[in-house]
Design a binder for this molecule. Structure first.
Ligand code: PHE
Length: 342
């Protein structure tokens, strides 16, 4: 039987190959369809059966030897290549890194988060309404018909005759009540942006409110006072007291202005509370029967309370910020002072 190929010679060629592509070519040469080995295998059918077994085994052994030699060389070449890459790409960890600062939430967003968290802990869920609102929801549904003097209380941006930028978050009350289809209980807070046509050190044309609405059978002013005291204490300290002063809003009856005892002077009188010991915090009241009725709730069965917190006002009080415009100045130095470590 003639020799198919010189195995020793082939192994030498394989071991001396130092390029993965070339090694691949060698695999084709020695083991491919047109290789001497394949041709030899094709001839096998012509042999006598007793010769065939012996010949077949030797061809197979040869094939295995070649395969092993190629695979071993391939593994070696790949390892060498990997080592070379690792060498080239080493990182010098002794070099000082590039430091960059992580941003943080703005002050207003932080205060909104905090109030929402407190209220969620008290069983409220969050509701939202549109910032581009209809006159109908912003005013009529809130018991402020056309020509009502209370329309002047909130200088409104109109888009056209019937569309406006909401001047308060109270219209969300109406959306939520309508969605509830006359069936309580409702217990929601509605944080969001509102717009009014004024701007000075304590007013911005764009600001934030958090509206609260609770509607159920048997809700009273005592429930309102209780929840307000809890929120005031969580926000401004356990020693705070609140007081309710009679006030007016068209959508609540009775209406109150809620004050919190001054957290800077503990009520003795200081610059923050202008010597009175009390700080005005928010507007509130029992939902007006007309509002309940207009939004599909029977005022003979259901009662409710609502309040509206001015977020910027709380932020300014809290951090002693004198000009509201600082809150939106995007001044990095100011932002840094209020950065919460994460
Ligand atoms: N909507 C009122 C305002 O913007 C605040 C308010 C809300 C008052 C709910 C009473 C009840 O001034």
């Amino acid at each position: 039987m003639e020799k198919i190929i010189d195995l020793e010679e082939a192994k030498k060629v394989i071991n001396e190959c130092h390029d993965l592509n070339e090694l691949n070519n060698l695999r084709v040469t020695y083991l491919g369809k047109k290789s001497a080995l394949s041709l030899a295998m094709a001839q096998m059918g012509k042999l006598k059966p007793e010769e065939r077994a012996v010949y077949g085994k030797s061809v197979n052994d040869l094939k295995n030897e070649l395969n092993n030699a190629i695979n071993a060389q391939k593994a070696q070449l790949e390892l060498a290549k990997l080592n070379e890459t690792l060498q080239k790409e080493t990182i010098d960890i002794s070099l000082p890194g590039q430091s960059f600062e992580v941003g943080s939430k703005g002050i207003v967003a932080q205060v909104i988060d905090e109030i929402c968290e407190i209220c969620i802990g008290l069983g409220f869920s969050i509701a939202e309404g549109p910032e581009v609102e209809s006159d109908h929801f912003n005013f009529e549904m809130m018991n402020i018909p056309k020509g009502h003097p209370a329309r002047d209380m909130q200088d409104t941006f109109y888009i056209d005759e019937t569309t406006l930028l909401r001047s308060h978050t109270s219209p969300v009350q109406a959306h939520v009540m309508l969605a509830a289809q006359g069936k309580g209980p409702i217990k929601v807070i509605c944080p969001g942006k509102v717009y009014r046509r004024d701007e000075d050190t304590t007013h911005s044309h764009e600001f934030h409110q958090i509206e609260a609405l609770v509607v159920d059978k048997g809700i009273t002013m005592a429930d309102l006072k209780g929840i307000l005291l809890t929120i005031a204490r969580k926000m401004f300290g356990e020693k705070r007291e609140i007081r309710l002063r009679s006030s007016f809003f068209p959508f609540t009856e009775p209406s109150v202005e809620v004050d919190v005892s001054c957290f800077q002077c503990e009520g003795k009188g200081c610059n923050l509370c202008k010597g009175t010991g009390w700080i005005e915090l928010l507007g509130a009241g029992m939902v007006h029967p007309n509002v309940l009725k207009g939004a599909g709730f029977d005022p003979n069965v259901y009662t409710g309370y609502a309040f509206g917190i001015g977020v910027e006002r709380v932020a300014m009080l809290r951090y002693g910020i004198e000009d509201m415009r600082y809150l939106f100045a995007n001044n990095v130095n100011i932002m840094k002072q209020f950065k919460k470590e994460r």
